[in-house]
Design a protein around this ligand. Structure first.
Ligand SMILES: C[S@@+](CC[C@H](N)C(=O)[O-])C[C@H]1O[C@@H](n2cnc3c(N)ncnc32)[C@H](O)[C@@H]1O
Length: 242
């Protein structure tokens, strides 16, 4: 698993162009994936949502839009330049009359997913999008997520890259190895960050194995669904017992 300080430094280096690179590299699919995640959050009717590894805050804003400001939504990240991008986006949206009333309950805090700045059982829904792959210790991170979720009934939603359908795999891995770094170099000037992306996607466990990891961290009712031919998957898990 990647080393935390290297991950932090890498995201600090690409923070300015992170959104652009995301939208280009996914062909815009990232909007759809985050929207799907936000719909699942809304189904839980939470009062308090925390988005981990929030980066530039797109999941926070997708949830806020979908829930029309009904839940308090906090984004957490350990990389200050990424958080600054999220705050900048919030300030921009506050100028828009449609958004302004929804943003009262949005905030961003500096924090580490392996040592979350919340007490036990405070959170109704936790989301983490494209963040679990970057944790130095996934098991510790998942246990920490379980600690802060409400018991019983707290829900964890993980949006992460997955292993795509068999027919797509050869094209996908050619894309990751050869095409993605070129687009990334043009968009961010830092192709090494996107070699890292390709490597971590290739090494990330497939849906069944991740389901098992989430269970091992103490979650129950774990299930998953692939999106876009399983290029990504959303795992949903609940905390039932104390
Ligand atoms: C690929 S970005 C995902 C950003 C956002 N969730 C999205 O959907 O675009 C991964 C983020 O995870 C953050 N991150 C990685 N490890 C972390 C940790 N241990 N604690 C907090 N944030 C972390 C990085 O700083 C980065 O902003």
């Amino acid at each position: 698993m990647p080393e935390a300080s290297a991950v932090n430094k890498m995201f600090a280096g690409i923070a300015g162009r992170y959104d652009l690179a995301n939208h280009l590299l996914s062909g815009g699919l990232d909007f759809y994936w985050r929207h799907k995640l936000a719909l699942l959050v809304r189904q839980c009717r939470p009062l308090r949502v925390v988005d981990l590894a929030t980066g530039s805050g797109d999941v926070v804003f997708a949830i806020t839009k979908t829930m029309k400001g009904e839940a308090e939504v906090t984004g957490v990240d350990f990389c200050p330049p990424m958080l600054e991008k999220a705050e900048e986006k919030k300030r921009c949206l506050e100028k828009n009359q449609k958004w302004e009333p929804f943003l009262e309950k949005v905030n961003f805090v500096h924090g580490d997913c392996l040592k979350l700045p919340f007490s036990d059982g405070q959170v109704d829904v936790l989301t983490i999008a494209f963040g679990l792959r970057n944790l130095e210790n996934r098991h510790q991170g998942l246990q920490e997520m379980r600690r802060v979720l409400r018991k019983p009934g707290g829900v964890l939603l993980v949006l992460e890259f997955s292993q795509p359908s068999a027919w797509l795999r050869p094209f996908y891995y050619i894309y990751l190895r050869w095409v993605l770094p070129v687009i990334a170099r043009l968009a961010t000037g830092r192709p090494e960050a996107y070699h890292y992306l390709g490597d971590t996607i290739g090494n990330f466990p497939p849906q069944a194995a991740l389901t098992e990891e989430i269970r091992r961290a103490g979650f129950e009712k774990v299930d998953s669904r692939g999106l876009s031919f399983s290029i990504v998957a959303i795992h949903r898990a609940e905390v039932l017992a104390c």
